[in-house]
Ligand binder design. Structure first.
Ligand code: PRP
Ligand code: URA
Length: 212
């Protein structure tokens, strides 16, 4: 993993392989959805490295001893609609008790500014840890606004998990929210004039939901 302050870029061969399949324009919506879940699950290995543990006594077939289990983390995940929904199962398959909030944002195609249309967060987000999910970090506007909205509810920590990030998006989010750790499966080259990530994978929402 390549680490730069609060930015973690995955370098595992399994992740690289699956991202190449995601980029291919001939990958079907069904395969695309499955790959997004698989990559998110693999990324959890790094993003959840600091989950708290507690000790419990367990009787093995040989002896009784004290072992570690998850300490029922006070964790919420917040997908940014729509495309972030595609990543939810990747986290909940590992942490089925995580609360799930939703923030609905879409980018105005001309200004590229995010426009909020929905927000419903878990009632006990205050003092808990939050992971924001969105496959694409392009200009960073959507992530910045989502994180600002969540911060109003005083969580203990926020992480941002995305599949593809642009250098511009990483810079914008780290500048606006230097306390937020960013986990991305790939850091791509740049944005094009329409605000799409290059080489990227196209419109993640459309590819997940088959809407184009
Ligand atoms: C995409 C993506 C992010 C946003 C990233 O969503 O899922 O939310 O663009 O761009 P930004 O970093 O420049 O803000 P989009 O607005 O296309 O909405 P959708 O998920 O409903 O398709
Ligand atoms: N949103 C996407 O879905 N893809 C991009 O490349 C940029 C923003």
């Amino acid at each position: 993993m390549n680490e730069l302050k609060n930015v973690f870029v995955m370098d595992h061969p399994l992740i690289k392989h699956k991202i190449t399949l995601l980029r291919d324009k001939n990958t079907s919506s069904k395969e695309f959805r499955e790959l997004i879940i698989e990559v998110t699950r693999l990324m959890c290995y790094e993003a959840l490295r600091d989950l708290p543990l507690k000790e419990i006594e367990v009787e093995t077939p040989i002896t009784t001893s004290v072992f570690k289990v998850l300490a029922e983390p006070h964790l919420s995940i917040v997908p940014i609609l729509r495309a972030g929904i595609g990543m939810v199962e990747g986290v909940t398959s590992l942490l089925p008790t995580a609360r799930i909030g939703h923030i609905g944002l879409y980018r105005d195609p001309k200004t590229l500014k995010p426009i909020e249309y929905y927000c419903k967060l878990p009632s006990d987000i205050n003092g808990g840890d939050v992971i924001v999910l969105d496959p694409m970090l392009a200009t960073g506007g959507s992530a910045i606004d989502a994180i600002s909205g969540i911060k109003k509810h005083n969580p203990a920590s926020i992480k941002f998990m995305c599949i593809i990030a642009s250098p511009e998006g990483i810079e914008a989010v780290t500048k606006a929210h230097p306390d937020v750790k960013i986990y991305c499966a790939s850091k791509d080259k740049c944005l094009n004039k329409d605000g799409y990530i290059v080489p990227g994978l196209g419109d993640a929402g459309d590819r997940i939901f088959g809407t184009k």
